[in-house]
Design a protein around this ligand. Structure first.
Ligand code: HEC
Ligand code: HEC
Length: 296
């Protein structure tokens, strides 16, 4: 806040308080009114019921004075008049930092215990998994679902199939830095609608959904040339680039012909956002253990 606005706000606040004091004192001085006609407001009901212009009772006015005194006291102690910081030295950041520090003090011993455990023990530790479960509920369910079973495009974390790997390092890397899958469009390179159709059926044949035939045989040659670099010659995938295993019956997007055709024609670029910065190392490792435990 610039000095001008600080003074502007301060002056406004002070003038307003003085005005309140004046208004309340003025109305306190209005003594009890007589029964003169000029004290009648002029409203009349039921023939002879009339409204008088009498002052508020004294106790009511004292309440106003107490409120004003409270406001003045509050603004001396806490920030409130322009940029004046208040005598108590309270700041919202200060309070926030205090709360963060208190939380850290409370959790530090717990995290220390967990970081001393090796990953496999952590994956079995009930206390760690309970903490991991609540972190998962807060940060991960929007995409992976409250049961962690995912949705099309969002992997199921409870199956044993891992796109990017299930080692401690792999899961921690997924959570910390996120993952960006790169599967470029292939329709033009495959050359014709028929070639794409054959490739769709070839992909389906890898998991035994359709029988191999002349069409899938010709697609196999193209698969070896174009797709094997990521999905491997036998189609079992490569966790280093996040290329899914195409030979199992687990699908990230879907196994029907249209969904597979979309992957081939338009490519796929699933993205897992990075969480490392705001989760921090301890919570990331506990979440990783929780995720790992889901598939066991
Ligand atoms: C540069 C590496 C790369 C190449 C080459 C590649 N893919 Fe992929 N493919 C991926 C990745 C990575 C994914 C995962 C995409 C995601 O997670 O969004 C994927 C996903 C897919 C899927 C979706 C699988 C599912 O579970 O839903 C299919 C089908 C597929 N690829 C088929 C092919 C075919 C057919 C070719 C060759 C024409 C090919 N890919 C070439 C990297 C590649
Ligand atoms: C904005 C949506 C989103 C959020 C939030 C999100 N994820 Fe993901 N996550 C994804 C997507 C999409 C993928 C798949 C990326 C790809 O296609 O390669 C993924 C992939 C993963 C994988 C890799 C799975 C494998 O098979 O290798 C793990 C593990 C994972 N997420 C865990 C988490 C955890 C734990 C959280 C909470 C901290 C989280 N995700 C939050 C969208 C999200």
């Amino acid at each position: 806040m610039t000095a001008f606005w600080s003074w502007f706000v301060a002056a406004g606040t002070i003038v307003f308080i003085i005005w309140c004091i004046w208004l309340v004192s003025w109305s306190a001085k209005q003594g009890p009114q007589g029964k003169e006609d000029e004290d009648l407001v002029g409203h009349k009901w039921d023939g002879d019921l009339e409204e008088w212009n009498n002052p508020a009772p004294k106790w009511w006015l004292y309440l106003y004075f107490i409120t004003i005194a409270w406001a003045v006291g509050y603004m001396v102690v806490y920030p409130g008049i322009g940029a004046f910081e208040g005598t108590a030295g309270w700041t919202s950041e200060g309070q926030y930092e205090q709360e963060v520090q208190r939380a850290e003090e409370r959790y530090a011993p717990i995290y220390e215990k967990f970081s001393a455990m090796d990953f496999d023990t952590l994956v079995q530790d009930e206390e760690a998994l309970a903490l991991g479960g609540s972190l998962f509920a807060s940060y991960c369910t929007t995409c992976h679902g409250s049961d962690a079973r995912g949705a099309p495009g969002y992997p199921n974390l409870t199956d044993g199939d891992w796109q990017w790997g299930d080692s401690e390092d792999a899961i921690i890397a997924t959570l910390t830095s996120g993952r960006m899958a790169v599967m470029t469009p292939w329709a033009q390179i495959l050359g014709s609608d028929e070639a794409v159709d054959n490739m769709v059926r070839y992909v389906q044949s890898l998991s035994g959904m359709v029988e191999a035939d002349a069409g899938t045989m010709s697609a196999q040659a193209q698969f070896t040339t174009f797709c094997a670099a990521c999905h491997m010659p036998d189609g079992t995938g490569n966790q280093a680039v996040g290329a899914p295993n195409l030979t199992d019956d687990i699908w990230l997007y879907g196994s029907d012909a249209d969904t597979i055709r979309t992957a081939i024609e338009q490519g796929r670029n699933g993205q897992m956002p990075a969480h490392g910065e705001f989760l921090g190392e301890n919570r990331t490792r506990i979440l990783a253990a929780y995720v790992k435990s889901l598939s066991q």
